[in-house]
Design a protein around this ligand. Structure first.
Ligand SMILES: Nc1ncnc2c1ncn2[C@@H]1O[C@H](COP(=O)(O)OP(=O)(O)OP(=O)(O)O)[C@@H](O)[C@H]1O
Length: 818
């Protein structure tokens, strides 16, 4: 072999990862070839010893002869196959940067056959299978499965006619083996008794451990076998098994294959199986060797070995791969290179392959490709081809019962609801979290938000008295007005004022000097500095009783000079309110002592009893409705999107959909189960908020509870959308977080909508929590009932959002396929 030849062998080393019986097979004997001429010398191949056909293989050959006949490919004949794929094109990625997986692939799986789908890792086997089971769509081409197009009404595909074992385990870790099999049995509408019988049989067949063992505690191989049992439980017409024998010991592998051979004997069950153990497929009826988006060959194993003069199936595959590497894209030309040097048997009945050119590309008996190649002038036939052609039996039309058209099937709902309850209660940590979180959030909210800040440090510089304490002494019961002359002699009013201020804010700090007090305040030692002039009371008296003779100095010295730290709006607002109210209270108290009407000293704006709400409005009551709804909404988002994503990422969702469950059923089963959790969450939040922490509740309790629950339902449906849109937990987290923050900011929860920018006000009104928050607020604080527009608009808005989210998720589940 020359240097270039070595280079070529390097190029086929990608096949080194091809496993045979779990071992690397890079040492397979390759025919010598000349890279320059891109031809292959079959000298070595011809020198190979003749293939010995075992008794089993002879039996299989005999069966194949009886079962599978060659015929013309018409729509009718395609429908009679178990699976028929024609001109399948499938690509991932964008149109500009496509990753072509299936490139005009044809595949024919006759009923009653075991079809071994072989190909290197990443060649597209799983993609092809998921197109067959209707979970991915081809970009072009057609697929017939059991006489119908996957996904068409009445085809039964996806549905119980198929048993699908995906590559990943796709089982619920918390379930026992028995529960897992009951779930899949129920989905297939099997009576529980039949499921139990079948479980016993499968446990023995697949040597599964005690059926009460939880799936998560099984070994990898045991989990795969449980997954296989789930595909076999309902004895489907078409079994699609994606690498069922990985991690299975050789003895058990053989018994699995024996079982497959056994169930296909009657011709009622068809099996498509992918495996990396090429050798085990010698028991298959047909092997499809996939590479580069199409089949290198689609033949019986013995025929493959015979025709390509290989030592084994692996050998054949390597030869075909090398030829394809050399640029032979079409199977006919690949085969030509081989058969030019291989002696062919005589053809006793050439008319059997006399087919129209137009049909050549899709000739389809069980060995359609042989015919295709033969029509290219290469007389390549298999012994099976020579068998007389018999008409296929008329096809049974799929029955379309009323049930076909029902959006939800009872047995599906039974299985799903049971499964959802079981997984919820098995996951105690998650359940405790789901119930504990809203409770803790509500406690935190009620204890932390909306309360009056107390103990704010206030620096006092009082030049009116000579005191070392902020609170100076004064005669509390002394009226400074002469009862006879009505002359005033106001003294130490600063002390009276500070006394009343200390009842509101009791952290007064004395300073002798204003400059020092200001310096300390600048260092953050106090939130405000109050300065009283030396003649404060005297000036104040003059300002009130003799304004005509008051000058600017009188006004200035009668002011309480306040220097505020305005960095915190809430604190500044509450402190300035305290400073003013303390003054009013001190003056009113003085009026009382002097037997004057108290209100004479008040600011002449009188606040009567409020129309709605409390005399002293509190922020907790304002924010409460929004916070309650936000907690309920986003917990439901987390709960639903979390469980749906977990189900999807573990492959369980895919598997359930292939078994015939619809997106609508999955969503509604989650709604039913999670609704229970949500009602519990809502009730706990309401009890805590209103009974324990005393938030204002004037409205109808029933409507309040109902609005809270449907807001949770709305969050749940939003969670469905998130889980349908996002492929990973990370993107789901981003989307959930990305919607949480704007919702909190824009739904009028922490700031009145009227204070927002005009455009944002409009945005705010279409968000799901805005109208419902306003509605809840109106019910709780105003006591309004459902007849009020601002109340019922919240219910309408929430219901509309539920409908939008639910429809979106059903559509996404239905149409978002690869
Ligand atoms: N959803 C997807 N998006 C983009 N590319 C994908 C997607 N699914 C599969 N692929 C790519 O398509 C190719 C075929 O993948 P597929 O899983 O069908 O291969 P396979 O033959 O089943 O491999 P294996 O034997 O390792 O399971 C791979 O290159 C894979 O990376």
């Amino acid at each position: 072999m020359n240097g270039k030849g070595k280079q070529e062998i390097g190029s086929i080393n990608e096949w080194e990862s091809w496993e045979g019986n779990g071992e690397f097979k890079c040492m397979v004997k390759m025919p010598a070839y000349d890279n320059e001429g891109a031809t292959i010398s079959m000298e070595d191949v011809r020198a190979e010893p003749p293939i010995t056909i075992s008794t089993i293989e002879q039996e299989l050959m005999a069966r194949r002869k009886l079962q599978f006949k060659t015929q013309k490919s018409t729509v009718a004949s395609r429908k009679q196959q178990a699976v028929c794929v024609r001109r399948a094109h499938k690509r991932y990625g964008t149109a500009k940067n496509p990753n072509v997986i299936l490139d005009g692939l044809n595949m024919t799986v006759p009923k009653g056959a075991i079809y071994g789908l072989l190909g290197a890792s990443g060649c597209g086997k799983t993609t092809l299978l998921s197109c067959i089971v209707g979970r991915r769509r081809l970009n072009s081409g057609e697929i017939w499965v059991l006489g119908g197009k996957p996904g068409s009404p009445g085809s039964g595909v996806p549905g119980p006619r198929i048993g699908y074992m995906p590559q990943e385990i796709a089982l619920f870790g918390e379930f026992s083996i028995r529960e897992t099999l009951i779930y899949f049995g129920w989905i297939a509408n099997m009576p529980t008794k039949d499921v139990e019988d079948r479980i016993d049989f499968l446990i023995t067949l697949l040597q599964l451990p005690n059926p009460t063992r939880q799936v998560k505690n099984l070994s990898g191989g045991q989990q795969r076998r449980t997954s296989l049992a789930a595909a076999l439980i309902h004895d489907p017409e078409l079994l699609i098994l994606d690498e069922p024998t990985v991690g299975v010991d050789p003895v058990l592998r053989q018994s699995i294959w024996d079982h497959l051979v056994d169930i296909t004997k009657g011709g009622k069950t068809t099996v498509i199986i992918t495996t990396h153990y090429i050798d085990e497929t010698k028991q298959a009826d047909i092997i499809g060797l996939m590479r580069g988006g199409r089949f290198l060959a689609e033949e019986s194993p013995t025929e493959l070995i015979r025709r390509y003069q290989g030592e084994s199936l692996e050998d054949v595959f390597l030869k075909l791969s090398v030829l394809q590497n050399l640029g032979k894209r079409r199977r006919s030309s690949i085969l030509a290179d081989v058969v030019e040097r291989v002696e062919l048997p005589a053809i006793p009945n050439p008319s059997a392959i006399d087919l129209e050119e137009a049909e050549i590309g899709e000739i389809s008996g069980e060995f359609g490709d042989n015919v295709s190649m033969s029509s290219k002038g290469r007389v390549v036939v298999t012994p099976e081809l020579i068998a007389p052609i018999e008409a296929m039996p008329p096809e049974e039309k799929p029955k379309r019962s009323m049930e076909t058209y029902m959006p939800m099937k009872w047995h599906h709902m039974k299985a799903l609801i049971w499964k959802n309850f079981l997984s919820l209660f098995r996951n105690f940590g998650a359940l405790a979290f789901l119930l504990g979180l809203p409770v803790s959030q509500m406690i935190f909210f009620c204890l932390a938000i909306g309360h009056y800040p107390e103990g704010l440090p206030i620096a006092v510089v009082n030049y009116e008295v000579n005191s070392t304490e902020p609170l100076c002494s004064y005669d509390k019961d002394y009226c400074p007005q002469d009862p006879n002359t009505y002359e005033w002699n106001l003294t130490r009013f600063s002390c009276r004022y500070l006394d009343f201020l200390s009842k509101r804010q009791n952290n007064l700090i004395h300073y002798d000097d204003k400059a020092v007090a200001m310096e300390e305040a600048a260092k953050g030692m106090s939130r405000t500095v109050l300065v009283f002039a030396a003649n404060f009371s005297e000036s104040l008296q003059k300002r009130i009783t003799d304004p005509r003779h008051s000058n600017i100095w009188t006004v200035r010295t009668s002011d309480i000079e306040a220097h505020m730290d305005e960095t915190d709006k809430q604190v500044e607002w509450m402190l300035s309110r305290d400073l003013q109210l303390a003054f009013m209270e001190a003056a009113e108290h003085l009026a009382t002592i002097c037997e004057l009407p108290t209100r004479i000293m008040s600011i002449p704006v009188h606040f009567n009893k409020p129309i709605y709400g409390l005399d002293v409005p509190n922020f907790t009551d304002f924010a409460g409705p929004g916070v309650i709804l936000t907690i309920v909404f986003f917990l439901a988002v987390a709960l639903t999107s979390g469980s749906m994503l977990a189900e999807r990422n573990e492959g369980i969702l895919e598997r359930s959909l292939v078994s015939g469950i619809t997106g609508t059923e999955i969503l509604f089963s989650h709604v039913i189960v999670q609704m229970l959790i949500m009602i519990l969450q809502s009730v706990m939040v309401l009890i805590l908020g209103f009974l324990v922490f005393g938030l204002t509740m004037k409205g109808p309790v029933g409507w309040v509870t109902f609005l809270t629950v449907i807001t949770g339902l709305c969050g749940m449906t939003f969670g469905f959308v998130v889980s349908c849109l996002c492929d990973t937990d990370r993107t789901a987290t981003y989307l959930a977080l990305g919607s949480f923050l704007p919702m909190v900011l824009l739904c009028g929860i922490i700031w009145p909508i009227e204070g927002m920018h005009m455009v944002l006000q409009w945005v705010s009104y279409v968000l799901p929590l805005t109208l419902s928050t306003e509605s809840l607020r109106s019910m709780l604080q105003r006591g309004w009932d459902i007849a009020r527009p601002s109340v019922y608009s919240g219910f309408i808005s929430t219901t509309v959002w539920i409908a939008i989210y639910l429809t979106t998720s059903i559509l996404l589940l239905k149409f978002k396929k690869g």
